[in-house]
Ligand binder design. Structure first.
Ligand code: AHG
Ligand code: MN
Ligand code: MN
Length: 333
């Protein structure tokens, strides 16, 4: 079998962007490099001093894990060194990180990133991930500004995630379908393993943290009951699968067909997940794979962005399942 590496694939696809000069390709390459370094750390996690908490609390009020910090540093370093990115927005940093360096002075892109998704799973050897979203800058020159990030998800130039699982995979889209690459540790390269990924129109898996059940909106409670009812033609009851790493849950559902929901709760009245570096990139990928992503009413990619760490509820996955969940939401609103 002929192996195609991520680098080779990106060069081949550059012809999709006749006016591009390879900057986006280099940006994706830089993200791939950081992903490999993070993967190496994740693989050795029990052996090296990288498990546990730093003792700090991040802008979201969450305990910061050492691997959160490590991953954040690696992606920032790779993006700074690569020269194609003029500002970074990260889950781990309250403000944007403008990049003001000689190599980045002509950079056209900004990157929003969740360097480590699923932090609660780091210490227990369960899959974690990275999520990234790339926009063309709006500001004209110099380091990027916060306004560069206040663009709707529909304006994303590319988005992707890395899953550090039983194997490491990088999945990305530039708006022309979704492709997945598995890391071959023997050559240290991401190799095309899942070309043109499509998600089933319907599925039989639902993923939601049911521990929050009492705090869910009525529509979500009713939809969960619907998932649990017996009905042969629609393959119900569905299976419940929830890892707690959004990337891993959504990746599995992409492949087998399913719905992932993180609704509003009384604790998190705006939802928990962040629009910029979690929901928008995942929505872009799932839409490109033929699925759907909404906040229960509106398309995720059309939500106005007014805050860096803006939160939104998320209903994402197979089209018919998201539509059904939205019917329940509408009926109870
Ligand atoms: P992060 O580790 O970047 O903070 O994100 C975790 C997110 C998401 O990946 C996951 O599905 C969800 O939070 C889990 O939240 P609960 O523990 O509340 O279910
Ligand atoms: Mn996350
Ligand atoms: Mn995170």
């Amino acid at each position: 079998m002929k192996v195609k590496t991520l680098g080779q694939f990106i060069i081949e696809k550059q012809t999709d962007f006749p006016y591009a000069k390879g900057e986006l390709s280099r940006l994706l390459r830089d993200i791939g490099i950081a992903a490999k370094i993070v993967n190496r750390a994740v693989n050795k996690a029990g052996l090296v001093e990288i498990l546990g908490e730093t003792g700090e609390v991040n802008v979201q009020g969450e305990q910061v894990k050492k691997l959160d910090v490590f991953a954040n540093e690696q992606f920032i370093a790779a993006l700074k060194a690569g020269g194609e990115c003029c500002a970074i927005a990260s889950e781990e940093n309250e403000d944007i990180i403008p990049i003001d360096s000689e190599v980045s002075k002509n950079a056209k892109y900004v990157v929003a990133i969740d360097p480590l998704d699923g932090s609660s799973n780091i210490d227990v050897n369960v899959s974690v991930g990275t999520i990234f979203s790339i926009y063309r800058r709006i500001s004209l020159a110099g380091p990027g500004t916060i306004e560069d990030f206040f663009q709707r998800g529909t304006e994303q130039v590319a988005a992707g995630y890395v899953i550090y699982g039983s194997s490491a995979m990088l999945v990305y889209t530039t708006g022309k379908g979704v492709n997945g690459f598995t890391l071959d540790p023997s050559i240290g390269e991401f190799c095309l393993s899942h070309p043109n990924m499509k998600t089933p129109k319907s599925g039989a898996v639902y993923s939601i943290n049911e521990g929050n059940y009492l705090h869910f909106p009525e529509g979500v409670k009713k939809y969960i009951k619907y998932c649990q009812e017996e009905d042969k033609p629609s393959a119900r009851p569905y299976s419940s699968r929830y890892i707690g790493s959004g990337v891993a849950d959504i990746h599995r559902n992409l492949i087998v067909g399913g719905i992932y929901i993180y609704p509003t709760t009384t604790k998190s009245p705006k939802g928990k997940l962040r629009l910029l570096y979690e929901c928008n990139p995942l929505a872009f990928i799932i839409e490109q794979a033929g699925g759907k992503a909404t906040d229960g009413t509106n398309r995720i990619l059309e939500i106005n962005v007014t805050e860096l760490h803006q939160r939104t509820p998320l209903f994402i996955g197979a089209q018919s399942m998201v539509d059904k969940a939205m019917e329940f939401m509408e009926a109870t609103s």
